[in-house]
Design a protein around this ligand. Structure first.
Ligand SMILES: NC(=O)C1=CN([C@@H]2O[C@H](COP(=O)(O)OP(=O)(O)OC[C@H]3O[C@@H](n4cnc5c(N)ncnc54)[C@H](O)[C@@H]3O)[C@@H](O)[C@H]2O)C=CC1
Ligand SMILES: O=C([O-])CC(=O)C(=O)O
Length: 333
C-alpha cells in the first residue's frame, strides 16, 4: 500500500507527473491537490486502467485531507521562471507556498517522505527542514530536494557529443545544488568512463549548469521544464518507493541535509561542502529514506574542485535565505 500526494498537481509538471505516478503499479492511492483545475485533472487520470485510486482535492480547505495518511508527498507547486529570471527570483512567491504545504504534511502525515521540486530548491529544502523541526517531526533521511533532472541532463548531453554512449545507462554524479553554478557535474567520474577534452568538459559543465535556461528560452515566457522534470520526478519517486518496498539498494542524487549521514558526508565536506547543512549528493535509499550518502571513492579533477568551491559560496547564501525565512533571525537565538 503506497499513498502518494502530488501538491501542485494541475500545473505544467504536476499533470504529467500525476499521470506517471498513476502508471506506477506500486502506487495504490493518488491524492491530487492544487488551488485550481485539479478536479478535471483527477477525473481524466482516474480513467487510466491501473489499480490505484485517484482523489481530487481543490483549495486550501482540502489540503489537510489531501495530505492525511500519505507515505510520500511530491511538491511541484509554485511559479516557474520566465526569460531573464533566476531561480532565486521565484523565492518571494514559492517560499511561502512550500512553507504552508510542508506545515500541512507535518500536521497530518509526519512520517511521510517529502520530495521538493519547487524552486529555488537550494532554499525551499532548508525552509522545509525548519518547518518540520518546529513541528517536531524532522528526520533528515526523509526530506529530498529533487535534483534528478541534473543527472538526467548530464547523461543526455554527453550522448549529444558521444553518440555511441547509452544515455539511459550512463551515470554522471552531479553534486552541489540546483541552480546555475551550484550544479557541479563530476564528468571525470562518469560511469562507464567517457574520455573528454578539457574544452569539452568546460562546455558540457556549462550546458548542464544552465540546461534549465535552454528550456526557459525555448518556451519563451510559457514556463520552464515540465515534461523532462515530470520524468525525473517520477523516476526519483519510483526509486524511493522501490527502496522502501523491496529493501533493494537504489542510488539517486538529491539535495539533502548532510547530517542524514555524517560519516558519508565527510568526503563531500572535504571536497568543498565544508560546513554547509545541505548539499546535493548521491544517496542510497532504503525503507527509511536515506540509508547512506554514497562515497565517490575517487579523486576528482582540479576543475571540479574549483567548481565545488564556487558552488559552496552561493549555496551558503541560498541556504541561509531559506532558514531565515522559516525561522527569522530573532527566533534563532
Ligand atoms: N527541481 C527541478 O529540477 C525543477 C523545478 N521546477 C520548479 O517547479 C515549480 C513548478 O513548475 P511548473 O509546474 O512548470 O509551474 P506551473 O505554474 O505550470 O504549475 C504550478 C502549479 O502550482 C499550483 N500552485 C500554486 N500555488 C499553490 C499552492 N499554494 N498549493 C498548491 N498548488 C499551488 C498552481 O495552481 C499550478 O497548478 C516551479 O517552481 C519550477 O521552477 C521546474 C523544473 C525543474
Ligand atoms: O530552469 C528552471 O527554472 C527550472 C528548473 O529548475 C530546471 O529546468 O532545471
Amino acid at each position: 500500500m503506497v499513498s502518494v500526494a502530488i501538491l501542485g498537481a494541475a500545473g505544467g509538471i504536476g499533470q504529467p507527473l500525476s499521470l506517471l505516478m498513476k502508471l506506477n503499479t506500486n502506487v495504490t492511492r493518488l491524492h491530487l491537490y492544487d488551488i485550481v483545475n485539479v478536479p478535471g485533472v483527477a477525473a481524466d487520470i482516474s480513467h487510466v486502467a491501473t489499480n490505484s485510486e485517484v482523489k481530487s482535492f481543490l483549495g486550501p480547505s482540502k489540503l489537510p485531507d489531501a495530505v492525511t495518511d500519505i507515505d510520500l508527498a511530491i511538491i511541484p507547486a509554485g511559479v516557474p521562471r520566465k526569460p531573464g529570471m533566476t531561480r532565486d527570483d521565484l523565492f518571494k512567491i514559492n517560499a511561502g507556498i512550500v512553507k504552508g504545504l510542508v506545515e500541512a504534511i507535518a500536521e497530518n502525515s509526519p512520517r511521510a517522505f517529502i520530495c521538493i521540486i519547487s524552486n529555488p530548491v537550494n532554499s525551499t529544502v532548508p525552509i522545509a527542514a525548519e518547518v518540520l523541526a518546529k513541528k517536531g517531526c524532522y528526520d533528515p533521511r526523509r526530506l529530498f530536494g529533487v535534483t534528478t533532472l541534473d543527472v538526467v541532463r548530464a547523461s543526455r548531453f554527453v550522448k549529444d557529443i558521444r553518440p555511441k554512449v547509452d544515455a539511459a545507462t550512463l551515470r554522471v554524479p552531479v553534486v552541489g545544488g540546483h541552480s546555475g553554478t551550484t550544479i557541479v557535474p563530476l564528468l571525470s567520474l562518469a560511469s562507464p568512463p567517457v574520455e573528454l577534452s578539457e574544452k569539452e568538459v568546460e562546455e558540457l559543465t556549462n550546458r548542464i549548469q544552465f540546461g534549465g535556461d535552454e528550456v526557459v528560452k525555448a518556451k519563451d515566457g510559457a514556463g520552464s521544464a515540465t515534461l523532462s522534470m515530470a520524468y525525473a520526478g517520477a523516476r526519483f519517486a519510483d526509486s524511493l518507493i522501490r527502496a522502501q518496498q523491496s529493501g533493494v539498494a537504489v542510488v539517486e542524487p538529491a539535495f539533502v541535509a548532510l547530517d542524514a549521514d555524517p560519516e558519508g558526508a565527510a568526503e563531500y565536506r572535504n571536497l568543498g561542502a565544508g560546513s554547509l547543512r545541505f548539499f546535493a549528493v548521491p544517496v542510497e535509499l532504503g525503507p527509511s529514506g536515506i540509508k547512506r550518502i554514497v562515497p565517490l571513492n575517487a579523486t576528482i579533477s582540479t576543475y571540479e574542485r574549483k567548481a565545488i568551491a564556487v558552488a559552496a559560496d552561493a549555496l551558503a547564501i541560498n541556504i541561509d535565505t531559506g532558514v531565515a525565512f522559516a525561522t527569522p533571525p530573532a527566533a534563532q537565538e
